[in-house]
Design a protein around this ligand. Structure first.
Ligand code: ZN
Length: 344
């Protein structure tokens, strides 16, 4: 089969790799129908040192089950399924707590002999635990929306949930990337009344308004903080969802959170230290968030997509064939595309 390999920064290739086969009794083989490029794929795309052992890329996909191992009980060939961005057994103590990202038997796509998601097919470990069956046909118009359950929608939702967004809340979303926009959708779903989206790409913040943002703040730094405070009677918002992962964004988050409020960060951090000193101590700020256990939220979010009340798939603004995926990486890295859909 064909799959996406990263050999070095700026060197993405589509090559022939071994066809996936059942290794363990709990595996399934899934033919990929749709996948996409993640903002987090851009970090290795920008920085990977040259290697002869290329990285298998992709961790967001949906597809059709082609084959199941003898111990797979809930899925059968022909089922349309979505995969979260890590696999998990969904039975261990962590999984039962809804923390499938810490699964005792789980792991990441694209390493240790497991396929990446940006290919024509994938072997899925712990298929019963990992995959969620989708009640639509392969030709459904909802597929891009459903693909967002792999990562971005669940990540945005994790930010809103861990921040404790509730009915009538005030929320700032820092970042107008796909996860930031998904966080706007999520804050709205949980009943937030005021949703301030901080971002400066107008096409993206316009989509954010469609998704439920009540205000947009394009300014950054001190100016951006002042603007959010102006919009909130000088106090800031009770909840802040940090969806970027850069230090400036977390500093901004501390600047716009109300005393006693909560910051949830779900942007994969590209920094090691968070400034959280005496001043913020005196303000009783809570810092939470982390990697999203997407698997924990899929069944809960699925009905909102099926009934058309949310359309997270609108973040996809370009579709490419798998063979052209290198152009998708370039376009996202150049901020020419927000999020690129891949059809194998
Ligand atoms: Zn587990």
């Amino acid at each position: 089969m064909r799959a996406t390999l990263l050999y070095a920064a700026d060197d993405v290739r589509v090559e022939d790799v071994a066809d996936p086969k059942i290794h363990n009794a709990t595996d399934a083989v899934v033919r990929v129908v749709l996948s996409c490029i993640c903002g987090s794929d851009l970090w290795p795309y920008k920085s990977l040192p040259p290697t002869d052992n290329p990285r298998h890329m992709g961790h967001e996909f949906l597809g059709v089950v082609e084959e199941t191992g003898p111990e797979v009980r809930t899925l059968a060939p022909g089922d349309l399924v979505v995969a979260p961005f890590v696999y998990s057994d969904n039975t261990c103590a962590y999984c039962r707590e809804g923390l499938q990202t810490s699964c005792l038997h789980g792991g990441q796509w694209g390493v240790n002999g497991v396929d990446g998601g940006q290919g024509q097919a994938a072997r899925v470990p712990y298929a019963d635990g990992t995959l969620v069956k989708l009640p639509v046909e392969e030709g459904s118009d909802l597929l891009p929306d459903l693909l967002s359950l792999s990562d971005i929608l669940c990540t945005g939702y994790h930010a809103a949930r861990t921040a404790g967004v509730a009915q009538g809340d005030s929320v700032t979303v820092v970042g107008d990337g796909a996860v930031g926009l998904a966080a706007v959708i999520s804050a709205r779903l949980l009943g937030a009344e005021q949703i301030i989206l901080m971002g400066r790409h107008q096409a993206r913040t316009d989509l954010g308004r469609d998704f439920g943002a009540t205000d947009v703040v394009a300014e950054r730094g001190e100016e951006g903080i002042a603007r959010v405070r102006e919009l909130t009677g000088g106090q800031g918002t009770r909840k802040v969802l940090e969806c970027v992962g850069l230090k400036d964004a977390i500093v901004q988050s501390f600047g716009v959170v109300r005393d006693g409020g909560t910051i949830s960060r779900v942007g994969a951090p590209q920094f090691a230290e968070v400034p959280f000193g005496f001043g913020d101590f005196m303000r009783n700020i809570t810092l939470t968030g982390g990697v999203a256990p997407a698997r924990a939220y899929i069944e809960e979010l699925l009905p909102h997509i099926l009934d058309g009340s949310i359309r997270p798939g609108r973040v996809f603004d370009r579709t490419l064939a798998l063979e052209d995926i290198a152009d998708g990486y370039r376009a996202m890295n150049d901020r020419e595309a927000l999020k690129v859909l891949i059809r194998p």
